[in-house]
Design a binder for this molecule. Sequence first.
Ligand code: TXA
Ligand code: MG
Length: 319
Amino acid sequence: MESMGSDISLAAELLSEGKAVAIPTETVYGLAANALDAKAVAQIFELKKRPAFDPLIIHLASADHLGDYVKDTGPYFDALYQAFSPGPLTYVFPKQDIIPDIVTAGHPTVAVRFPAHPLCQSLLQKLDFPLAAPSANLFGRVSPTQANHVAGQFGDSLAYILDGGSAQVGLESTIIDLSQDEPIVLRLGGLSLEAIEEVLDRKVPYTRSSSSNPKAPGMLSAHYSPGIPLTHGNLDLNLNKVDRKRCGSISFCKKISGIPDQNQRILSPTGDLKEAASKLFAAMRSFDKNEVDVILAEEFPNEGLGRAINDRLRRASVA
Ligand code: TXA
Ligand code: MG
């Protein structure tokens, strides 16, 4: 059997049989299984080596059948859905009993996203169940933005990798908790906090550790490890502490003097944070261990998607 390709019918068939399939989304690739089938979902945790206390996001084509899976969407959902879905925004709601505990790690809430990627949309429209899918990387590693990143980590252990090209957003979704009285952003991601605040016409707090989900590793410090030590912060200061010839760099738009050209990743020469976000994860995994002892990543502007980029780089630097 072909293990990678763009055959949506095959992907749908395998998922219906309870198998795990890698799927493209506009944020990052996901490792998907039938969210209503606890056994199918258990494979995801096994394959990823993911601890069972880290809950998964479920994916739906649209909100048409949302009421089957969540109890109450609250007063803020409609405006956000209208403005941003399908797209890189995940909502946390009180769950219905039909969602197995393994999906939510025993929490009474479930995270739901409506992905915009056309292949993923077509796939979800063919299915009569939601897909539970974390990012398709081994636990603690950089999320995949291309099908070959997934193949590199999982090889033959997946039934199929649905190849949808390079992820356009390139950062995981922004997560907003709508299960409490007031909306709270739990993870910065592919949709900026400012855009959410504009639509809701109010300030929305961002807190990494929420009472509903105190242990989520996606929100803990050491995560997103690129496999080579990474230092995040003021480049000019950090450059003085290293051998530049054995150094890699991740910068927003400028070239870094003294670092070999082939070890430099300039994410957007025109200074576009959207472009930088889409290239970040591929850049983090692109360095050669034989040439580079340390990666220096600069502090990006702390606004819009720059905040999510800094968040990922800061966590990668703790590992
Ligand atoms: O863009 C994305 O969100 C990608 C694509 C594949 O959709 N998925 C993704 O999944 O990033 P994952 O598993 O790597 O991150 C999911 C995050 C975790 O940090 C988890 O703690 C949080 O979502 N989460 C899931 N269910 C939750 C809940 N009920 N309450 C709070 N946080 C939750
Ligand atoms: Mg992840």
